[in-house]
Write a protein that binds this ligand. Structure first.
Ligand SMILES: Cc1cc2nc3c(=O)[nH]c(=O)nc-3n(C[C@H](O)[C@H](O)[C@H](O)COP(=O)(O)O)c2cc1C
Length: 204
């Protein structure tokens, strides 16, 4: 069995929806075990309530909270983050900054790493969020996997759509009301399946 972890943070549910689609894609590959985990929250309940995030977060409240050591159990880790000023969110950064022991021991060396993201706006930093995230994966010695153009939905110019060769993306809109589209969710499923297939080859 190849073990795929999907480790995400989501404030309003957009990244969570992508995470479920990534999981669906990974589950399509035989002999693949998929686990969803969310990184610990850093904001107070009061601040979340003020930001209007409380209700949206109920949809994924039952997803277990990851501990840094959990990463050691995976053959591949697919990370999901909302963009914060063109970068990953602080919750994810804080989680990764607790992986020093794993780095020291080389625990993640040779495991597959991949990233997906959500922004508020179309040009708000999807690519910068994912590619800057890749630096951490490379420091850990992970094998970085994106979404090749074999996924033809990346070429879709008929609508405004997320989806990059670096990883699946969606756009929440400035007020968070836009939801992941069919095209974006399909690209996320492709990413999950693609990572699982590559992981299977490496596990042989
Ligand atoms: C502090 C902060 C910074 C943000 N920075 C950006 C940004 O640089 N570019 C952008 O397009 N959206 C930005 N956003 C919007 C978030 O990326 C958006 O809310 C998120 O993608 C929604 O995903 P979620 O529902 O999973 O939380 C920011 C939001 C917050 C709260």
């Amino acid at each position: 069995m190849a073990k795929i972890q999907i480790v995400f943070y989501s404030m309003y549910g957009h990244v969570y929806q992508l995470a479920e689609a990534v999981a669906e894609g990974a589950r399509e590959v035989p002999k693949t075990q998929v686990q969803l985990l969310q990184v610990p929250e850093l904001m107070s309940e009061e601040a979340l309530e003020k930001s209007g995030a409380t209700a949206a977060r109920e949809a994924f409240a039952d997803i277990p909270v990851a501990k840094p050591d959990n990463l050691a159990e995976a053959d591949a880790i697919i990370f999901g983050t909302p963009t914060r000023f063109g970068n990953m969110c602080a919750q994810m950064r804080n989680f990764l900054d607790q992986t020093g022991q794993l780095w020291f021991k080389g625990t993640l060396v040779g495991k597959v790493g991949s990233v997906f993201a959500s922004t508020g706006t179309q040009h708000g930093g999807q690519e910068t969020t994912i590619t800057s995230f890749h630096s951490t994966l490379l420091h850990h010695g992970m094998i970085v996997v994106g979404v090749p153009y074999a996924e033809q939905r990346l070429l879709n110019m008929k609508e405004i759509t997320g989806g990059t060769p670096y990883g699946a993306t969606t756009m929440a809109g400035a007020d968070g009301s836009r939801q992941p589209t069919k095209n974006e969710l399909a690209i996320a499923r492709f990413q999950g399946k693609h990572v699982a297939e590559i992981t299977q080859k490496l596990c042989r």
